[in-house]
Design a protein around this ligand. Structure first.
Ligand code: F6P
Length: 357
């Protein structure tokens, strides 16, 4: 009988609980194994004694439609340079390894994005831990998989936001700018922009000029459409190439502010009245879409089957309508951004959407 640990790491997103549920149902229901839910990402293993919850089918039964992660997570504190209360940092990777062995785990499932997978893999390699990864991220930037948990819900929320902005924009003759997340990839913006009927989509993969944006707005004004919808990905830079970001009091750098920058510039160059909506963490919270519940369930079950086959150091991946496994280094080595010559960009151009170039 195997003992499996499962944890969520990095920023939360919708569909994580569906993956935990899928893994527990398969492990307990089909194989009769024990599953331990590790709290607060690897921090649960760092603690002595480790912080975990024994999971059974009854405990996870209600989780399918719940947003966030009921195990808790964190996207701060690299275990190799963990911030200590006295302001110093310490390598705490050995404590995580000790926690894994103390719990008598045969394998650990990490549900995370590329950053978490990379870190947990390094720890696993150092400490003889058997690792299986499940890709999650609203940014959809994990390589070697066509789906990641959380992306679909984020696109739904951004699309619904555009739907709502549409009518208030038209009522007031305004240019509405919706700033969405995505880190260095424009996947959310291009998908929601097409689905939500944006007139202008700005993504970090395609450099823009303010002149092209304002020309599109003027063109619409001349044709009697006195409003426009702009969706912009958070990592889009200022026209002079400067990154717009904030550094919080913990020293973390986060994108944010390109929406307001564009609003001021567009107002100045087109004369249009502009308003900005920064969608922020609303994209991550809330009820998972059916597709994210499905993806989470498929990945959770598949991760357990990989362990049953003794296949470690692998990530479950959605490819060509199948769930397959890929080596973790392959997935993290292929950061996925929007292909400027790919299907979605071609579609946007075909629809007459301005991409700013
Ligand atoms: O990677 C997910 C993500 O939501 C990014 O899109 C965003 O840039 C970042 O995390 C925000 O991080 P935090 O939750 O620390 O504000």
């Amino acid at each position: 009988q195997k003992r499996i640990g499962i944890l969520t790491s990095g920023g939360d997103c919708a569909g994580l609980n569906a993956a935990i549920r899928g893994a527990v149902c398969r492990a307990v229901g089909s194989y009769g194994w024990k599953v331990l839910g590790i709290r607060q990402a690897t921090m649960g293993l760092m603690n002595s004694p480790p912080d975990f919850i024994p999971l059974d089918i009854d405990k996870v039964d209600e989780l399918l439609i719940m947003g966030g992660t009921f195990l808790g997570t964190t996207n701060t504190g690299d275990p190799f340079a963990f911030p200590m209360p006295d302001g110093t940092t310490r390598d705490r990777s050995s404590e995580i390894i000790a926690g894994y062995h103390q719990l008598g785990l045969d394998a650990l499932i990490v549900i995370g994005g590329d950053g978490s997978m990379d870190i947990v893999r390094k720890i696993a390699q150092k400490g003889g831990m058997n690792l299986v990864a499940i890709p999650k991220t609203i940014d959809n930037d994990v390589g070697s998989t066509e789906r990641s948990i959380g992306f679909d819900t984020a696109v739904n929320i951004a699309t619904e936001s555009l739907d709502r902005l549409h009518f208030t924009a038209a009522s007031h003759n305004r240019v509405m700018i919706l700033e969405v997340m995505g880190r260095d990839a424009g996947h959310i913006a291009i998908s929601a922009g097409i689905a939500g009927g944006a007139n202008i989509i700005l993504i970090p993969e395609i450099p823009y000029s303010l002149e092209s944006i304002c020309e599109k707005i003027r063109e619409r004004q001349e044709s009697g459409k006195n409003y426009s919808l702009v969706i912009v990905s958070e990592a889009v830079k200022a026209e002079n190439g400067e990154t717009i970001k904030n550094i919080n009091r913990l020293g973390q750098t986060r994108y944010g502010g390109i929406g307001q920058y564009l609003a001021d510039k567009i107002c100045a160059c087109s004369g249009a009245e502009t308003r900005v909506t920064v969608l922020g963490h609303i994209q991550r919270g809330g009820t998972p879409s059916p597709l994210d519940r499905l993806t989470g369930s498929v990945f959770g079950v598949a991760a357990i089957d990989l362990i049953a086959e003794g296949k470690y150091d692998c990530m479950v991946s959605w490819q060509n309508r199948q769930v397959v496994s890929v080596p973790i280094p392959e997935a993290i080595g292929k950061y996925s951004t929007v292909d400027p010559n790919g299907m979605l960009v071609k579609t946007a151009r075909g629809l007459g959407i301005c991409l700013g170039d």
